[in-house]
Design a protein around this ligand. Structure first.
Ligand code: AMP
Length: 219
């Protein structure tokens, strides 16, 4: 399957993407994770991306599209993938359409995770992520680790992403509404959008997502 996951920052895209990709046996491709890996390896791409990310802005399409396409061309993604955080504006969506067309393949669904705006800010400002694996996500209120600052899963250090500070979150939300939301209409015109609520327990949201994807595959 080829799936795009969309939703505002804080909708739980990274967490859901990890579970869904595992359930569907397809790779989870997150452009945010690819940028963060470049930042920790101090590559030129990482240095460029960091300035945009810390301000809550989108990294320019010139570098983002090439990076996403390179990752999609790797062997593990030939049979399908779950894209998390890409495309994030209409021109990226158009570039993805073209790349898929050139490979004579199609998207199966665009899964839209819905969550109210005040919930988003609460979720992100308290979020703590493991340095070893960004799918290990904790929260200072909703999901406290057994030992403060330490990942329950692998013992890694928990940290707050630079772009999870409240001011940056508000900027990221603004960018989501102006740049990313229009891709939902772009894909609605292709009959691909499946919307589910991202509220509630992580496992319940995964179940809802799996059921919605199954229904859309049968339609
Ligand atoms: P994420 O981990 O998906 O929340 O992404 C974190 C940050 O990385 C975003 O706020 C952007 O600055 C940058 N980013 C991730 N994916 C993209 C993309 N497709 N286009 C532009 N910037 C991106």
């Amino acid at each position: 399957m080829r799936i795009v996951l969309v939703g505002p920052p804080g909708a739980g895209k990274g967490t859901q993407a990890a579970f869904l990709a595992k359930n569907l046996s397809i790779p989870h491709i997150s452009t945010g994770d690819l940028f963060r890996a470049n930042i920790s390896q101090q590559t030129e791409l990482g240095k460029l991306a960091k300035s945009y990310m810390d301000a809550g802005n989108l990294v320019p399409d010139e570098v983002t599209i090439g990076m996403a396409k390179d990752r999609m061309e790797q062997a593990d993604a030939v049979g399908g993938f779950l894209l998390d955080g890409f495309p994030r504006n209409v021109s990226q969506a158009e570039a993805l359409d073209e790349a898929l067309k050139a490979d004579e393949v199609k998207l199966d669904a665009v899964l839209d995770l819905e969550v109210p705006e005040d919930e988003v800010v609460k979720r992100i400002a308290g979020r703590r992520i493991c340095r070893n694996d960004s799918a290990h996500v904790f929260h200072v209120e909703y999901k406290q680790p057994k030992s403060e600052g330490v990942c329950d899963v692998c013992g890694g250090e928990l940290y707050q992403r630079g772009d999870d500070k409240e001011e940056t979150v508000r900027k990221r939300l603004e960018v989501y509404h102006s740049e990313t939301e229009p891709i939902i209409d772009h894909y609605r015109a292709q009959g691909l959008v499946v919307t589910i609520s991202a509220l509630g327990e992580v496992a319940d949201v995964t179940e809802r997502a799996m059921a919605a994807l199954k229904k859309s595959a049968e339609a």
